[in-house]
Design a protein around this ligand. Sequence first.
Ligand code: SF4
Length: 251
Amino acid sequence: MHTSKHTSSLPAHRYTLVVDLDRCTGCGACGTACAVENNIPPAAEKATERTGTVWMRVHEAAAAGDGPATFVPIPCQQCDNPPCVDVCPQRAIEYDPRTGIVAQIPVRCLGCRYCMVACPYHTRSFNWWTPEWPEGMKATLNPDVSIRTRGVVEKCNFCVQRLQAARAKASAAGQAEIDPADYVPACVEACPSRALSFGDAADEKGEVARLAEDPESFRLLAGLGTGPKVLYRSSDPAARERLSRTGVTRG
Ligand code: SF4
């Protein structure tokens, strides 16, 4: 477990995503659900693999031998020591010490893209174009998520708007803590293979805390010391060794 230099102690909550690579089929439902929830527009006509806006990208990592490829969904890794926070001259990225969530604040972003250079996981997108939706689709946008303009960087924030809604519900009911069932990111909800688990790893009796301690769990680029709160699991020792050491290179 990592301690963030952005806090004097571990966060009270420690929201964590666990990706089971044995279960992931690479269907992409997580990325689609993420785009719908977070008002990510359809790719612009000129967008490429590198220039499109994607918060949850599913990579295909070739097997070392003859085995099948491994599909690796990669959102923002929600690091406890996030390199992006340190380089941003605008304080447009904030680490919340109460939750461990690294949030992006697009209205402060000047588009310098230092954060994109600093992120070793390549999970940030720059808005090259003004977002556009097909006729009629605007009516389906999520009112809880602001639309980002051209010229700013954006990324996954663990659907923090759902946490805010869960807090409002708990507060209205006179409860100090949220019901964990009320805070589930869109990707987790959508995965048909149940490859994604989410919860508060600070809850020592919870499923996510158990998975975090599982010997088959690991972090991408573990040696960097960024302390991601996105964990991966695989029953294949070779895949664990390869991904924790080199991560997944972006094409
Ligand atoms: S692109 Fe925006 S968020 Fe990233 S470092 Fe620059 S100002 Fe900060």
